[in-house]
Design a protein around this ligand. Structure first.
Ligand code: SF4
Ligand code: SF4
Length: 397
């Protein structure tokens, strides 16, 4: 169904897109680093092909909106192309704006509308729905890998097929620790903590570890109750209303107390708060835009905070390392934010740990949020390449 969008906003977005896409000189350097292109070999799947499409976006939307949407959505938003672009084309911002234009023009598919507008946009209701989901998930899914902690559907399901997925944690982090307000310690710093949906609902032990590590290093923590999603699933789908609503909700909460930093331990949340909020909240009142920019400036990845500002360093006397680990660079941390040295320095600073670099440490894992749901086979192939590349010689794996 074609929706009648807010024409003024739409025209402004199209104009912004035209100004940004014109920077692409069609050199094709993005081709060699695009994980989707490596799988499909199709020009329309790489940044250059998508940018060429956007050149005639208004015409293309009128002629074939569904096809234009498909081409735009077949992208992990990994940022490999932008990181490798000699012209500095802001590919991710362009793709998100284009998706917003298409969503405004076409409307969102019913399933996405249900999840984004009716669930994600309402943090308390979303929490409750997933709490019920965690309680009853074993009726429809069964654990399949103890090592990876993944599950599969119990019976053949057209929706999830034979996919492996990480189940919801039995108890989300916000139920274990609803809020926190601790004093600055030896570091002299205080940070607001934004766990984000993944840590809260799937990996609460990581959120607990963040609290323990910050406390151990004398960083005071402000964690307001009732936080919502950072908004990346909404803005990636082009649902600007949900994205803006979530951003305003979180800005109001996170600003309540004065802190030195806003710390996150999820690369995608960090990149969203730091890069996507300032770029994509142009429709909010000026006051909210200023506050979003102020929070973005304070947002920092936990490794970067610990190494660059707390000064975590190796202990003076090191024993023989007994645990060997490798490290995967999350796309949004390295390619969007340039953070790659600090996680390695933290491993080096941990007594007993030895880092072995894998081949292609910064190659995309293929997950890409909802890309994994829509293009599961391509996602698996990219993941399999990563798995093969991550096996160093020797007895470790
Ligand atoms: S690398 Fe940059 S300038 Fe070259 S084709 Fe890709 S997006 Fe355009
Ligand atoms: S963001 Fe990643 S998947 Fe999308 S076009 Fe760029 S390199 Fe390819």
């Amino acid at each position: 169904m074609i929706h009648i969008p807010d024409l003024k906003q739409l025209a402004a977005l199209v104009k912004e897109l035209e100004d940004q896409t014109i920077v692409c000189m069609r050199c094709g350097l993005c081709q060699s680093v695009c994980p989707v292109f490596a799988e499909t070999g199709r020009e329309s799947d790489v940044a250059r092909g998508k940018l060429a499409l956007l050149d005639g976006l208004a015409r293309e939307m009128l002629r074939q909106p569904a096809q234009a949407g498909q081409r735009l959505n077949k992208c992990l938003l990994c940022g490999s192309c932008a990181a490798n672009c000699p012209s500095g084309v802001n590919v991710l911002e362009i793709f998100m704006k284009a998706r917003a234009i298409l969503a405004a023009y076409q409307g969102l598919p019913a399933a996405k509308r249900l999840i984004l507008e009716k669930m994600l946009a309402h943090p308390r209701a979303f929490d409750r729905i997933l709490e019920w989901g965690a309680r009853f998930q074993n009726l429809v899914s069964r654990p399949v890998s103890k090592t990876l902690g993944t599950s599969c559907a119990r019976v053949a399901s057209p929706l999830i097929g034979n996919r492996h997925f990480v189940p919801l944690a039995p108890q989300p982090f916000h139920k274990q620790l609803a809020s926190l307000d601790t004093e600055k310690g030896a570091s002299g710093l205080k940070a607001a903590f934004f766990p984000g949906c993944l840590l809260d609902k799937f990996f609460p032990h990581v959120a607990r570890d963040v609290v323990d590590v910050l406390t151990h290093h004398g960083v005071g923590i402000w964690m307001p109750p009732g936080q919502g999603c950072c908004g990346i699933p909404a803005v990636s789908a082009g649902d600007m209303a949900t994205f803006e609503k979530l951003a305003m909700h979180n800005i109001d909460l996170l600003e309540e107390k004065e802190t030195d930093y806003l710390v996150t331990a999820c690369a995608t949340c960090t990149a969203t708060l730091k890069e996507v909020w300032p770029a994509m909240l142009g429709n909010l009142p000026a006051d909210y835009q200023d506050r979003a920019r102020a929070l973005a400036a304070k947002t920092i990845d936990i490794h970067q905070l610990l190494v660059d500002h707390v000064g975590v360093a190796p202990p003076p006397e090191e024993g023989e390392p007994t645990v060997t680990v490798s490290y995967h660079d999350p796309c949004h941390l390295k390619k969007s934010l340039g953070v790659h040295q600090q996680p390695r320095e933290l491993i080096a600073a941990s007594p007993g740990y030895r880092l072995v670099e894998m081949t292609g440490a910064d190659k995309c894992c293929g997950m890409g949020g909802s890309f994994n749901l829509q293009y599961y086979e391509i996602s698996c192939s990219i993941g399999a390449l990563k798995k093969r590349a991550s096996r160093p010689p020797g007895p470790l794996w």
